[in-house]
Write a new protein. Structure first.
Length: 276
């Protein structure tokens, strides 16, 4: 039996084992997937001594782990973060998960205008995916001007996409909502609205022509999605991205194309039963 797992801290609420158990059941492949909650001083030794065939990486080690691995694939190198390891090589499947979630939901982004709310590591993976799908324009909305402008510079330097920035603060809502009205797709890359603080999201104004995508999947119908729904927008949960990044990891570990053999809705239903 091959052994896999996920490393991070904390991992109490990680649903990666549920996801991979569901994948295993459908492909009739017997592998074991466990959680390894590591303190920061344990990371290097784990990488050296673990006997896993492959493993996923979550917060807070997606960036830190890069210096301990033999090499990184092209996407992980550009994004600067790893969420999947195989044979001591780091991969980033977050962007693949996002890309596949768009395809699964029939969302076309080519030549569209997109707003990314947030400027952390997740936003970089999303920008990478949007580049692969030929997005036209990206607007970064973030509380920190320093981080927001840094992300704008990174996108322009790496992808040559028309990118701009607007600072988020409560006194700036008129300008923010005016900018929002100009975009087609809004992606929440922040933890705002994540369980257990799941009832709040800034009172932004959306419309029925827009698509809202939340990277949060717990709760499955977030405050961001509710706000979009109230305004007639199409909304997509982060659960789809979570599932597809896990499938992409399994495909790397097993060297097999699995996605066409899996019932995604069945996997979703099993994970939803575990959500708060």
């Amino acid at each position: 039996m091959k052994n896999f797992g996920v490393i991070g801290n904390p991992l109490d609420h990680s649903l990666s084992p549920t996801l991979h158990d569901s994948i295993c059941e459908q492909i009739d492949y017997n592998y074991d997937y466990k959680k390894f909650e590591l303190k920061s001083n344990m990371l290097e030794q784990f990488i050296i001594k673990n006997n896993l065939t492959g493993y996923n990486v979550t917060i807070p080690y997606k960036t830190t782990i890069t210096k301990y691995l033999k090499k990184l694939d092209n996407s992980a190198t550009q994004i600067g973060a790893v969420n999947c390891v195989y044979n001591n090589v780091g991969f980033n499947t977050d962007w693949l998960g996002f890309k596949e979630s768009l395809i699964f939901n029939g969302i076309e982004v080519k030549k569209k205008r997109c707003l990314i709310f947030g400027a952390g590591g997740a936003a970089k993976a999303i920008a990478y995916a949007l580049k692969e799908l030929y997005i036209s324009d990206i607007l970064i909305l973030n509380r920190s001007s320093e981080k927001g402008l840094s992300l704008v510079k990174w996108i322009k330097n790496n992808f040559n996409i028309n990118t701009s920035f607007v600072e988020y603060n409560e006194s700036n809502l008129f300008e923010i909502n005016a900018k929002l009205a100009e975009v087609d797709i809004i992606i929440n890359c922040t933890p705002i609205g994540m369980w257990p603080n799941s009832n709040y999201f800034p009172k932004l104004i959306f419309n029925q022509y827009q698509t809202l995508i939340d990277l949060i999947y717990n709760p499955p119908f977030s405050a961001f999605m509710k706000l979009g729904n109230e305004n007639g927008a199409k909304t997509i949960s982060g659960l789809d991205m979570f599932i597809f990044q896990g499938i992409a990891s399994a495909e790397i570990w097993l060297n097999s194309k699995l996605i066409n053999y899996l019932d995604i809705n069945l996997i979703k239903s099993k994970i939803r039963k575990k959500l708060c």
